[in-house]
Design a binder for this molecule. Structure first.
Ligand code: SF4
Length: 368
């Protein structure tokens, strides 16, 4: 049933009442400050709410406004983002902060075109920020909203397919409550996140049930159509965790400078342990790489002590890392490398993959 006439205001009212009573109390819902809403929207991309909250709080404590973010060293921005993943978001966030200071007087732009011109801001983020912060009548469409709308309107097929996505955007635009667009968008997003979930929608508790065609037709299991998952590419890496007598280790720079073009992106272009792609046999290949990289004859014979293998997924890549501890009296050096206490790695921007390797090296029962 298409929502028309009197049904549309009833539908909106019912959902809004539900949202007033059931909304989760989230830190970014206690503000209308566009800067804070923007930070939350970027952090929430592909990341769970519970994982975002502590990052959101510490990020804002250190960068309470756009000027503080714009003027900070990039390394510090990345350090505060470390562990949250998808680090391009943090780099774009700071580039956008600088543009906002330079071109928009330090205020997040109010119109869609200017917002879309900022690095890291797509149609979804722009609509979310502008509607929530400034009450601009822009309907959001993300995975959660698309699922809710596809079910309500019984739109079959892959929602990400471009013509279908357009149709869903039209449905979102038609349902938007222009008098309170920010609250409306959050209502539909909340419904998708908490009730109309991908696997087991809780239709009995759903305020939209009366209007939901998928429910009426018994199609909630097949709408939206599941996407075919890309088969993961298996990658093997070997990494060296050097430790000297003082418990310090060595990290190499966050660029493509050391381990070859193809390795650094797997560490999100952050500080990392020396690592190399493995073709056949981790130990000799790592040993060869270390000797070439650090030019120290002693490394040719240094003992490589195997740690628990580390597994990590990055988008469609399934990475297995054979990590080895290399005990040395003095840490070797290569261009731009840094030494740091193994237990203090998070003082530098490091990826989750690097954290996992460090955990393997400091796991209980493992001598330091
Ligand atoms: S009735 Fe069920 S399928 Fe329909 S919107 Fe509500 S939770 Fe989703």
């Amino acid at each position: 049933m298409k929502l028309r006439g009197q049904d549309l205001p009833r539908f909106r009212r019912k959902l809004q009442e539900w949202f007033s009573g059931q909304r989760r109390d989230l830190p970014w819902r206690r503000t209308k400050d566009p800067y804070r809403i923007w930070i939350s929207e970027i952090m929430l991309q592909q990341t769970r709410v519970a994982a975002v909250i502590p990052y959101y709080e510490s990020f804002l404590e250190r960068f309470p406004d756009v000027r503080a973010l714009a003027s900070a060293p990039q390394e510090e921005v990345l350090r505060l983002w470390s562990g949250l993943g998808y680090y391009t978001r943090a780099r774009n966030l700071q580039r956008a902060a600088r543009e906002i200071v330079e071109r928009h007087g330090g205020e997040f732009p109010r119109n869609l075109e200017d917002a879309l011109a900022l690095p890291g801001i797509g149609r979804y983020s722009a609509a979310a920020i502008l509607s929530i912060a400034y009450e601009e009548p822009l309907a959001v469409l993300d995975g959660n909203v698309a699922r809710v709308l596809a079910r309500i309107e019984a739109i079959r097929g892959d929602p990400r397919e471009s013509a279908r996505w357009k149709r869903l955007q039209q449905a979102a635009d038609a349902l938007l409550d222009g008098r309170a667009p920010g609250a409306w968008n959050q209502t539909v997003m909340e419904l998708g996140a908490t009730v109309c979930t991908p696997r087991a929608p809780v239709c009995l508790l759903c305020p939209a049930a009366k209007w939901c065609r998928a429910r009426q037709l018994g199609l909630t299991d097949v709408i939206p159509e599941k996407r075919c998952k890309r088969k993961p590419i298996q990658l093997l890496l070997a990494a060296a965790v050097f430790t000297d007598r003082n418990g310090r280790t060595l990290l190499v720079p966050p660029r493509d400078a050391t381990a070859g073009e193809e390795v650094s992106p797997l560490f999100s272009r952050m500080w990392q342990f020396p690592a190399v792609h493995v073709r056949r046999d981790a130990k000799p290949e790592l040993r060869r790489y270390l000797a070439e990289e650090f030019g120290t004859a002693a490394l040719k014979t240094a003992e490589l002590e195997a740690l628990e293998p580390v597994r990590h997924g990055v988008t469609f890549r399934a990475i297995t890392i054979s990590a080895f501890r290399v005990r040395v009296p003095r840490l070797p050096r290569s261009a731009g490398s840094r030494s740091i206490e193994l237990g203090n790695l998070t003082k530098l921007p490091v990826s989750n993959l690097t954290r996992k390797i460090a955990r393997a090296a400091t796991a209980p029962g493992r001598p330091g």
